[in-house]
Design a protein around this ligand. Structure first.
Ligand code: NAP
Length: 320
């Protein structure tokens, strides 16, 4: 089969399209999936450049989203049959999704939402599981809550805005001025251009010093220690990013803040909730662009490029 193989850690140039052996079923609970589409996540380029080198052996295949079709099942598999359309996030640390076929355990699969194409569905599993975990499992977001979602135009942001809105929250987000209208259409009530303004100060001003009930940290740096300035008393801060810098949390103490640290692994149960919202028409994946798998280097380049010709809005998808 065709697969994108990483033999050495580095820039997009280390992504090499090659012929490799197609996996086959060796265990009764396994399922073989023909990958129709996958997507690019920041985790993919983090793996590619070696941030998780201690967890992988080279050569490796990365990729954390799959939308595809079941082509073979092990003897013990009862739920899935060849021809079923499925979507899921491969187990972190195992073979990834940048390949024509993927072998997985039946327990990782979810049925693909009936109203999505393969390309739309491939934009969902990793961020879908993560967004549900952040908003519902950790922050317990509810109707009438206020939430700040920095990075509103990103994969996480475009989905989190829609899910937060469907739950009845008032949504503050950040995004470049040129994307204001699209972010509002997704459900954002207030959009602040983070390239021009300090969004934490802006949120403080909008809320007249009260702050918001929930802040999602998709950005890192000093966000964790600075966020309490824009947080309501007894609020929740949920962070997705690794904490490379020492943090002074004195202002979190003053606010009686609760911190949650999220590192999504497999998230089928959370993804089921997102499937429900998609099928109910309350949430729709936002696709920035679709690249054929042969152009995977350009797709990575677009995601990492600080000087894009147009800003990123939603997910970059790879079609196979
Ligand atoms: N822990 C987990 O399980 C987990 C799961 C999924 C994702 N993540 C992490 O979550 C982060 C977001 O993921 P993603 O898929 O949404 O990434 P993405 O699609 O690359 O989007 C990132 C967004 O953040 C914005 N941004 C960058 N710097 C910013 C800043 N200082 N202030 C406000 N906004 C800023 C960007 O806007 P501009 O281009 O305009 O700057 C862009 O819209 C990544 O670090 C990823 O690794 C973690």
């Amino acid at each position: 089969m065709k697969a994108v193989v990483i033999n050495n850690y580095g820039g997009p140039e280390v992504l090499q399209l090659k012929e490799v052996t197609t996996p086959s079923i060796t265990d009764h609970s396994q399922v073989l999936v023909k990958v129709r589409a996958t997507s690019v996540n920041p985790l993919d380029y983090q793996v590619r450049r070696g941030d998780y080198a201690s967890l992988f052996d080279l050569p490796l295949i990365t990729g954390h989203d799959i939308a595809g079709e079941v082509v073979a099942v092990g003897k013990a598999v009862k739920t899935w049959r060849p021809g079923d359309k499925v979507y899921y996030s491969p187990r972190f640390g195992g073979p990834g999704s940048y390949a024509e076929y993927h072998l997985t355990d039946e327990s990782s699969l979810s049925g693909m939402p009936a109203n999505l194409s393969y390309e739309e569905a491939a934009a969902v599993p990793l961020i879908g599981g993560t967004v549900w975990e952040m908003l519902m499992v950790r922050a317990k977001l509810k109707k009438g809550d206020t939430i700040l979602i920095p990075g509103g135009a990103g994969g996480i942001g475009t989905l989190a805005i829609q899910v937060a809105k469907s739950l009845g929250a008032f949504v503050y987000t950040t995004g470049q001025d040129i994307l204001q209208e699209q972010l509002r259409q997704l459900g954002a009530d207030v959009v602040i251009d983070h390239h021009k303004k300090n969004y934490l100060e802006e949120v403080q001003a909008y809320t007249k010093g009260k702050g918001v009930d929930v802040i999602i940290d998709t950005v890192g740096g000093h966000t964790l220690s600075d966020s309490p300035h824009a947080l309501a008393s007894y609020g929740n801060i949920v962070t997705l990013v690794d904490i490379a810098l020492p943090q002074n949390l004195i202002h979190a103490w003053e606010k009686n803040a609760t911190y949650h640290f999220v590192f999504t692994r497999q998230s089928r149960d959370e993804l089921h909730h997102i499937t429900g919202l998609i099928e109910a028409g309350q949430v729709k994946p936002v696709i920035d662009s679709v690249y054929p798998i042969e152009d995977v280097k350009s797709a990575h380049q677009r995601m990492e490029d600080a000087k894009r010709d147009r800003p990123l809005l939603g997910k970059i998808v790879l079609s196979l």
